[in-house]
Design a protein around this ligand. Structure first.
Ligand code: BG6
Length: 493
């Protein structure tokens, strides 16, 4: 739903030379340019600490786009996009930067408007300076027209998230604030809602009567790259589970909203989070498992262990793998465990939701050579494959009564359909003022509340962490979370 029909025409990126801007924002914006979706006359201001002039920034931008877009790089589009930029150098805590931004924003730019999006693609530690300085220099006004985009993690625990939210509200109205979780912008995550709510076939099965348990996995082969200063304080629980995986859980578990608008959707997601059974201090061990990667091999190449990554504290016990079990105590899900798992330097890069159905009530084929029939799975693959598959039993052709599992596969995208990056969708939504796929603060707050006991308990147990070899699927110890002996991690499609 569009809150405000007036499109902003200026887009300011704080941290334009950083990791996120380089890998995600700039390529996504350029692809929007390619798709003709950026309003004509829209201007971009890149801010950073490097001593560059406009031309040096533009050179840098061109080479970033070249490298990231590869086959999709189009010289003409790229030139047009690059021409929209100017570069403003400055320190985030220095008011002079904002005064200069103010001057740039006040210049008549093709006579359209002076509304701006401020994208905080920066370390969470710098949020406070930027938010305060934007207001001090008059850039939070006019209220309602300027927008501020806040990247995750939104706080590092419930108290700091509340403090950050209070700070934002001192300087901006709620409708100006866009809390981003890029997982919600993934096409396949949005498809999860369509899969559930547009197919009569699915809904009757989607509850405790038919589902044994649900697994949500986000595995990466990638290590922490050059992000030690952020990651070593965050860890996998804060970096991925509290936000991306929790959001996936809400989409999988929520009730259909009465209408598809921002608040109706977010109301349903909050209900799920509020229904998650709190984990008591004593049961943290049974509900959560953490580990850290050691040296190993990825795609045949030796990689160093986490503690040897540049910038990581030598004795760091920050987790790079986390697995956790949650129960949702409502009529639909009571008793169904949700197992969430994420890690870096795992065997594969793969995100998926795997739903295991219950055994049929009667094992009619028990006496056949196949002693016991394995239960059905529904696998919703988010990336790299974008697919849905249902595994069903069929009879093997032949004289014997043997069965085998076949899978009904629906690849989500047709061959000629181009994959969108989540940031393309979300950046366009920011420009249009559509907050449906952005997070409301109560979602953030409840998600922190859910993981808070785990965080607190781990903060006290600081002398040991399990290590898994890079390139593996983690450790057998993570299996201790399972409720039943026949439950096991589903690693492949
Ligand atoms: C980011 C995390 O939010 O998501 C990264 O900070 C992680 O650590 C990334 O690598 C994963 O996103 P995607 O879209 O590649 O699954």
């Amino acid at each position: 739903m569009t809150d405000n029909p007036v499109f902003p025409c200026n887009f300011v990126i704080f941290g334009a030379t950083g990791n996120l801007a380089t890998k995600k924002l700039l390529p996504a914006l350029c692809r929007l340019e390619q798709a003709g979706r950026l309003p004509e006359g829209m201007q971009f201001i890149a801010t950073g600490r490097r001593e560059w002039n406009d031309n040096e920034w533009k050179e840098h931008l061109r080479s970033v786009l070249h490298e990231r877009l590869q086959a999709r790089f189009d010289e003409t589009v790229c030139n047009h996009f690059v021409q929209r930029f100017i570069y403003v150098r400055g320190e985030l805590h220095d008011l002079a930067l904002y005064q200069q931004l103010g001057q740039e924003l006040a210049k008549p730019r093709m006579g359209i408007c002076s509304n701006a999006v401020f994208y905080l693609s920066i370390k969470p530690a710098d949020f406070q300076s930027v938010i305060k300085n934007l207001d001090k220099s008059g850039l939070a006004q006019p209220r309602g027209l300027h927008r501020v985009v806040v990247e995750k993690p939104f706080g590092e625990d419930i108290e700091s998230a509340q403090a950050l939210n209070r700070l934002l509200h001192e300087h901006f109205d709620e409708q100006q604030i866009f809390r981003i979780d890029h997982y919600l912008g993934k096409d396949t995550v949005q498809n999860l809602m369509v899969f559930r709510f547009a197919n009569t076939l699915i809904e009757p099965l989607w509850n405790r009567n038919f589902i044994d348990h649900i697994q949500i996995t986000a595995a990466e082969t990638m290590g922490i790259e050059n992000r030690a200063d952020y990651y070593d304080h965050a860890g996998a629980l804060r970096d991925m589970l509290q936000n991306h995986l929790m959001q996936l859980l809400t989409v999988v578990a929520m009730e259909p909203p009465p209408v598809m608008d921002a608040d109706a959707l977010r109301d349903e997601k909050v209900k799920v989070l509020r229904s998650i059974r709190p984990i008591s201090k004593r049961s943290v061990h049974a509900h959560a498992f953490r580990a850290q990667y050691g040296a190993g091999s990825i795609d045949g190449e030796h990689v160093v262990g986490y503690q040897d990554e540049p910038g990581v504290e030598p004795q760091s016990i920050t987790e790079t793998f986390v697995a956790a079990k949650f129960y949702i105590d409502n009529w639909r899900w009571r008793g169904v465990p949700f197992y969430l798992r994420t890690g870096k330097r795992l065997a594969e890069t793969r995100s998926m939701v795997a739903i295991r159905l219950r055994h049929p009530p009667q094992q009619l084929f028990r006496s056949t050579p196949l002693e016991s029939i394995s239960p059905n799975w529904i696998i919703l693959s988010i990336q790299p494959e974008e697919s849905m598959r249902m595994e069903v039993h069929v009879k093997q052709p032949g004289l014997e009564m043997n069965t085998r599992v076949i899978s009904l596969n629906a690849s989500y995208r047709k061959d000629d359909e181009v994959a969108l990056d989540a940031y393309e969708t979300l950046l366009l939504d920011v420009v249009h003022g559509d907050r449906t796929l952005f997070i409301r603060f109560d979602e953030v707050e409840w998600a922190w509340r859910v993981v808070d006991p785990i965080l607190k308990s781990w903060a006290q147990e600081r002398d040991f962490i399990h290590t898994y070899p890079a390139g593996s699927w983690g450790l057998f110890e993570a299996n201790r979370l399972f409720d039943a002996e026949d439950q096991e991690w589903r690693n492949s499609l």
